[in-house]
Design a protein around this ligand. Structure first.
Ligand code: PLP
Length: 401
């Protein structure tokens, strides 16, 4: 048995089988490239579910985490630490004026957001605590977030649901308005649905949702766990949405995960200041949230995206790729649609494919399949044009073989 096969056997015995793992041990990464334990090279077009937004082992991230590791790891949130404050300041600079709560994952950020919406709701009406989310949404795997999630598969076997979540179809503003009750405290949605199949909110719909929330005093939460930190070619995907007067359609709360830690566990609930002030001491917390090493890495993610002009890279490589895939004559008979924003791209196939992730890996490319027939591509946003082209060629070869 090879070393890799032996390691997998050991892993199978001791790791919970909740992930659809492929029989590969990844051993090393550099930029948008990965090598397995046998030395085979892969172009990473999925960046660890979006977390490795700057690719693997970015020198600036290594330096930031290493320097911080030599100074201070963890003291707890009884104290202020500089890296936390600096990440929050970068959010103020790149998103909107607000205050940050730090945790470790997207789902925790969403939990904090829903809790905050309940505090706000109850300030006006003691019975105001419910939330509306979208069909096909994904908001995480806690009991509350699988209830918030609009995909029955995610909830199966875990009932009863946490009460108070209702789902409506994406893009249907009338259905959303009809779903609002006096008890509705929050509306939560992803600007681009990730797990649901790379489904884009239209700017018009987003603006209508904002208006609806304003009219009813409802807290609008944008779950930017997938879309944050440059993935879509803007700092945050809601910045693609404009009202008729040109102003950005801002949420009251934005949640982040994945990319914001550059591959280390960071989640953020970032709320408009007036709203954030409702979370007074002892209402919410996290022991290791805002851990200094994670924050030092997160601060560096913002700095590198800015310094290396990566919003433009994501926007231009994404636009080019969508057009390249849409116009590929070999691919045309296999697909119904190619869509995306920046470097978050979905290729919808006519039929659910067989073992497509494994076939991609055979050709040296990491891709993802979601919503049964949508190939999802989300490479590091600093991928070079050359590797991106090579990767897309391998994807097309895999899909048309
Ligand atoms: N929200 C969205 C939009 C996600 O795509 C995910 C994970 O894929 C989550 C929340 C949950 O994030 P985490 O896995 O970090 O808890």
């Amino acid at each position: 048995m090879s070393d890799m096969a032996a390691l997998i056997e050991r892993g199978k015995n001791v790791l919970v089988g909740n992930y659809a793992r492929v029989p590969i041990v990844m051993a090393r990464g550099e930029g948008a490239l990965l090598w397995d334990a046998n030395g085979k090279r892969y172009i990473d077009l999925f960046a660890g579910f979006g977390g490795a937004i700057l690719g693997h082992c970015h020198p600036a991230l290594i330096e930031a985490a290493t320097q911080q590791a030599k100074k201070l790891w963890h003291v707890g949130n009884t104290f202020y630490t500089e890296p936390q404050i600096e990440v929050a300041q970068r959010l103020n600079k790149t998103a909107f004026t607000g205050q940050a709560f730090f945790c470790h994952s997207g789902l925790e950020a969403n939990e904090a957001a829903v809790k905050l919406s309940r505090l706000r709701g109850r300030a006006s009406n003691p019975k105001r605590w419910k939330a509306i989310t979208l069909a096909k949404s994904f908001h995480g795997r806690s009991l509350a977030m699988i209830s918030a999630t609009g995909n029955p598969k995610i909830k199966a076997g875990f009932d009863p649901e946490v009460p108070g979540f209702k789902h409506v179809e994406i893009g249907d503003i009338k259905a959303l308005e009809a779903a609002i009750e006096p008890e509705t405290a929050a509306i939560m949605m992803e600007p681009v649905q990730g797990e649901g199949g790379v489904n884009l909110l239209s700017p018009e719909y987003a603006a209508q949702v904002r208006d609806l929330c304003d009219r009813h005093g409802i807290t609008l939460i944008f779950d930017e766990v997938w879309t944050g930190c440059g993935r879509t070619g803007r700092w945050f995907a809601h910045q693609h949405f404009r009202r008729a007067n040109g102003s950005i359609v801002e949420p009251d709360i934005m949640t982040l995960g994945k990319a914001v830690g550059g591959g280390l566990p960071v989640g953020v609930m970032f709320a408009k200041t007036e709203l954030a002030k409702l979370l007074v001491p002892s209402t919410h917390g996290s022991t290791l949230g805002g851990n200094a090493i994670c924050m030092a890495a997160s601060r560096t993610v913002f700095d590198v995206v800015e310094r290396e002009n990566l919003l433009n890279n994501a926007a231009s490589l994404g636009e080019w790729a969508i057009s390249r895939l849409q116009n590929d004559p070999k691919l045309a008979p296999k697909i119904t649609n190619v869509r995306g924003r920046g470097l978050m791209i979905g290729i919808e196939l006519k039929d659910p494919p067989e073992k497509i992730v494994e076939k991609g890996l055979d050709r040296g490319v990491v891709l993802n399949l979601t919503a049964s027939k949508v190939i999802r591509l989300a490479p590091p946003i600093n991928i070079s044009r050359d590797l991106w082209e090579q990767g897309l060629d391998a994807v097309v070869a895999t899909l048309t073989a």
